[in-house]
Design a protein around this ligand. Structure first.
Ligand SMILES: [Zn+2]
Length: 347
């Protein structure tokens, strides 16, 4: 595969990088890569000719930006392990600028629509950032991250950064607090989250009433190691539970922005990867109008996060309450209930 024969001049590449719809820190990283401004060993060698030039990731080849982002077997495994299954070594990339240009302006042969192009650039930028951080960890902290963990953290990061271009449904229920808030009086709030492992994952649902009291909590093992899928399973379990609470309104909260926005977008502009999930959620809740969905920051989803991680690490799944629950989880419930009572009076 040969890409980008007519790739951008440096001025137009700089403009394209700064116009990209990604975090400023990622833009800066892309720009430093494109213009060979990272302190790689081949650059440092100009100042210190006797210094070691070996790539810290593979310890075989000489280090250069092009080597460890595209040719090093460690980096190749990360690209291939991504949702795009990229064979980056087959791209015949001839310079760091060429590499960045390909992510900003993917070749038409990939047949990406506008949304997929935006996903492709975000995933590329996050991966380049992760490879650089990994390289620095190995070099300065002498610690070797595990490949599977790197790929999973990348997928998780992608979900946190991804902003699908869908209209946001404004609702009195949509409160994007940085910490957990009690639902309105008479309502039940279900927080859900997933802890993702190499072979399987654990999902957890924590339901609380308007006083912050625990109604119930449950964790369950699921057979997936794909973060977005695990998050979707957690939301689906919460939906199945919520439709049984027909006597009161339920709000389902998740920190998976892409899942919640896909459900709330009303069937329009749903990311293609989540179409089946969204269809299924809509099918399950059809006829039940007491269930709504809300995206929250990870910090506001702590109870479900802690329970999913604890269950996953202990391989203990099932239902929990304050008398029979891991102390880390019980502490979050008690702390959030006492915090929230302060706010009940002023809401
Ligand atoms: Zn290498």
């Amino acid at each position: 595969m040969k890409f980008g024969d007519n790739f951008s001049s440096s001025d137009s590449l700089t403009r394209k990088i700064w116009k990209a719809n990604i975090h400023e820190r990622l833009k800066m990283h892309l720009w430093r890569i494109a213009f060979n401004l990272l302190p790689t060993k081949d650059q440092l060698r100009e100042f210190s000719p006797s210094s070691d030039t070996c790539c810290p990731l593979c310890n075989v080849e000489a280090e250069s930006a092009l080597h460890f982002f595209t040719q090093c077997h460690i980096a190749r495994a990360i690209w291939f392990g991504s949702q795009w299954n990229l064979r980056i070594d087959k791209w015949q990339i001839h310079s760091p600028a060429h590499l960045i240009d390909l992510f900003i302006d993917p070749p038409s042969s990939l047949l990406l629509d506008e949304e997929q192009k935006a996903e492709f650039l975000l995933y590329g930028a996050l991966t380049l950032d992760m490879i650089w951080k990994w390289r620095n960890k190995v070099l300065y902290e002498k610690s070797t991250p595990v490949e599977g963990q790197v790929i999973r953290s990348l997928q998780k990061l992608f979900l946190e950064h991804w902003r699908p271009k869908v209209p946001v449904i404004s609702s009195a229920l949509t409160r994007r607090c940085a910490r957990w808030c009690c639902p309105n009086q008479g309502m039940v709030k279900l927080n859900c989250d997933a802890a993702v492992g190499d072979l399987s994952s654990c999902i957890a649902i924590v339901a609380r009433d308007w006083r912050g009291n625990l109604v119930f909590a449950i964790s369950k093992k699921v057979n997936t190691n794909v973060p977005v899928q695990a998050e979707a399973f957690a939301i689906l379990l919460a939906v199945h539970i919520a439709i049984n609470f027909s006597c009161c309104s339920c709000i389902i909260e998740s920190d998976c922005k892409v899942c919640i926005e896909a459900i709330n977008s009303g069937g329009n502009l749903v990311p293609w990867r989540l179409l089946n999930f969204v269809e299924f959620v809509k099918y399950v809740i059809s006829g039940y109008n007491h269930v709504s969905f809300n995206w929250v920051h990870r910090e506001a989803n702590k109870a479900a996060h802690v329970l999913a991680n604890w269950s996953f690490n202990q391989s203990l799944f099932g239902s929990f309450d304050l008398g029979f629950g891991p102390p880390s989880f019980v502490n979050v419930i008690l702390a959030e209930a006492s915090q929230s009572t302060v706010f009940v009076g002023v809401q």
